[in-house]
Design a protein around this ligand. Structure first.
Ligand code: NAD
Length: 330
């Protein structure tokens, strides 16, 4: 199989590529013939995240934008599957200005879907988020719930989800869609909560906790997310949506507690900052469909995965220090 990975220099996309091309292969699935990464290398993209597989002759890196119609069309034409990660993925940035977020997430997705129409046999795996469902006090969202996004980021992802499903219904494109909970793991840009807090604590600094820290998120290790994507790519049903959840719900306060402990720091290093606008209280997805239909289950226990993640940031300063400096200079 020849696979086009958009956003393959980002956090999750690069993990997916490392898994496809790594020495252990893609978790029991056939090794791909070729993997092409299409990435615009925005602030969040980093070629060094692909360093472990950069010498693999099956990997081609294309520095380009998913909104470039001609490029998208020519690349999709040479592949059997598109795994679409590329996005503006940060909620706070979408609150400061939603323009780039809507342009990349909505128009970029539509451009790729249009490109896919010229290769009708292609499988299009659209990678989305649990944030499209909005907040809920108790229980978990199933795939059939209405979308009630709160942030411009979540609304742009919800729009791209609807477009992707519309291309399946209208044009018969083999679109498969996943909605995953919060990911953590190595190679995540140090603006998201776990790498931000970890890198600041390792540097002896303070960390900003929104409001009273009661917001609850479900956490999943990035490798478990990528294994789920491999299962959907191999055996998922066209037109189907698959929720992917880790089953580890934690308030931000409890998450902060664990990160403080892992980094040997105390609560005096926490600054309470004004809450984010429209901050959803809790996300939770019901992932019984992917577990029952495709036999997927997470393998990383959260405490162990978090400890390994903190250790990775401790051991890989060369990867994140330039990024943290760039983020601080913005
Ligand atoms: P990321 O911000 O780390 O990476 C995004 C990548 O897309 C970067 O490499 C960036 O350079 C690239 N990109 C951005 N705009 C582009 C454009 N116009 N053309 C080409 N490339 C472009 O994001 P991530 O955390 O790896 O998330 C990947 C996908 O997974 C996103 O679609 C996101 O919505 C979804 N998702 C993320 C999470 C999470 O917890 N991080 C959870 C569920 C779903």
């Amino acid at each position: 199989m020849r696979i086009l990975v958009t956003g393959g220099a980002g956090f999750i996309g690069s993990c997916f590529v490392r898994m496809l091309l790594g020495p252990d292969g893609p978790d029991g699935h056939p090794r791909p013939e070729a993997v092409t990464v299409l990435d615009a290398l925005t602030y969040a993209g980093n070629r060094s995240s692909l360093a472990p597989v950069a010498a693999d002759p099956r990997l081609e890196f294309v520095h380009g934008d998913i909104r470039d119609h001609g490029l998208a069309r020519s690349l999709v034409a040479g592949h059997d599957a598109v795994v679409h990660f590329a996005a503006e993925s940060h909620v706070d940035r979408s609150l400061s200005s939603a323009t780039e977020c809507v342009s990349t997430n909505v128009v970029g997705t539509q451009t790729l879907l249009d490109a896919a129409l010229s290769r009708p046999s292609v499988t299009f795996l659209h990678v989305s988020t649990d944030e499209v469902y909005g907040s809920l006090a108790e229980g978990s969202w199933s795939e059939d719930e209405p979308l009630q996004p709160s942030s411009p980021y979540a609304a742009s992802k919800a729009s791209s989800d609807l477009l992707a499903l519309a291309y399946h219904r209208s044009h018969g494109l083999d679109v498969r869609l996943t909605r995953c909970s919060n990911n953590y793991g190595p190679y995540q840009f140090p603006e998201k909560v776990i790498p931000l807090f970890t890198t600041r604590l390792l540097d002896g600094g303070t960390v900003p906790l929104y409001g009273d820290g009661r917001h609850v998120r479900d956490w999943l290790h990035v490798e478990d997310h990528c294994r789920a994507l491999l299962r959907v790519l191999a055996d998922g049903r066209p037109g189907e949506v698959y929720n992917i959840g880790g089953g580890t719900e934690l308030s931000n306060r409890r998450l902060t507690e664990r990160l403080l402990t892992a980094c040997g720091a105390g609560w005096e290093r926490v600054e309470h900052v004004a809450d984010r606008a429209g901050h959803d209280l809790r996300y939770s997805v019901d992932s019984r469909r992917i577990r029952a239909e495709l036999g997927w289950a997470p393998r990383h226990a959260f405490d162990d995965g978090l400890a390994r993640t903190v250790a990775w940031y401790r051991d890989n300063r060369a990867w994140w220090e330039p990024l943290a400096a760039r983020a601080a200079a913005r």
